[in-house]
Design a binder for this molecule. Structure first.
Ligand SMILES: C[S@@+](CC[C@H](N)C(=O)[O-])C[C@H]1O[C@@H](n2cnc3c(N)ncnc32)[C@H](O)[C@@H]1O
Length: 257
């Protein structure tokens, strides 16, 4: 086959595959789910600020910051600390330019310029969105959390199986560049701990909240494992119960009662 003929064949193949994708039901439905999720409110920042005010917070820690204009700079708290190794945002203007693992190691061996007896009122975990790392971040954060404080997790409620793919770099799935990773698995797992109470607000891709204190509507999963293999289809059928998915505005009304 000569060069020109090959180019025509390649073009027709690309067109045929592109057309298949364009009209594919998975792509259409997933795009619609991304649009719906993006229309939900409030955003994570408003929820974080509400919880900070609720406990009259002094100290806030954010793990995974990227562009601080999007969230960190809008957080209202007396003392704010940030951790990020700078993978996604070159400037990376954070207090601790390192992974969360290294931050917690150094913190525990008193090698950071931060008081080693500090306790945080709110820790927002939004670093590497893979379940094993999120679980480590949660367990490490619990050691530094005030008794009535909150751990907040972004991306706990993926709207489709494609949003919760493991590989962030694969942008040709029906979820395109939207990515929640497998954070939901860590949140679901720690919801089985009897000393922790949690809720997930149904907005901004699922804002999961954990606390040692049982705030109204916070609960844990008090029965045998229902999603032994952490299948997305099982989450999808039971997300209300498995995540304790709730409406934020309604929850604030309960808090004001
Ligand atoms: C989703 S972005 C954070 C967005 C930000 N929190 C917000 O609400 O707008 C994820 C960030 O986590 C950082 N990150 C990746 N791996 C990390 C790790 N192991 N420890 C801490 N941060 C990590 C990335 O560099 C990236 O900036």
């Amino acid at each position: 086959m000569n060069f020109l003929k090959q180019q025509v064949v390649d073009f027709l193949n690309t067109y045929r595959i592109g057309k298949q994708v364009y009209y594919d039901d998975f792509f259409k439905e997933t795009a619609q789910l991304s649009i719906s999720e993006n229309l939900k409110s409030p955003r994570r920042t408003a929820i974080i600020n509400y919880l900070l005010a609720l406990v009259d917070a002094e100290n806030y820690l954010e793990i995974g910051v990227r562009d601080p204009k999007k969230n960190f700079n809008r957080i209202q708290c007396k003392n704010k600390f940030s951790v990020d190794p700078g993978i996604e945002f070159e400037d990376n203007p954070v207090d601790f330019k390192m992974t969360s693992d290294l931050f917690f190691d150094k913190f525990k061996s008193n090698k950071l310029k931060i008081k080693s007896d500090i306790k945080f009122d709110v820790i927002y975990i939004d670093g590497l969105h893979l379940s094993y790392q999120v679980e480590k971040d949660i367990l490490n954060s619990l050691d530094l959390l005030n008794d009535n404080g909150f751990i907040i997790l972004h991306d706990c409620n993926p709207p489709s199986v494609f949003h919760q793919r493991e590989d962030y770099n694969f942008k040709n799935s029906p979820a395109k560049s939207f990515w929640n990773g497998t954070t939901w698995k860590a949140f679901y797992k720690v919801r089985h701990q009897s000393d922790l109470f949690s809720i997930c607000f149904d907005t901004d891709w699922g804002v999961g909240i954990l606390s040692r204190k049982q705030y109204p509507s916070f609960n844990n999963i008090n029965c045998k494992v229902q999603n032994e293999f952490y299948e997305y289809s099982v989450l999808n059928e039971s997300r209300q119960e498995h995540l304790n998915l709730s409406n934020f505005e309604q929850w604030t009304l309960l808090m004001e009662e």
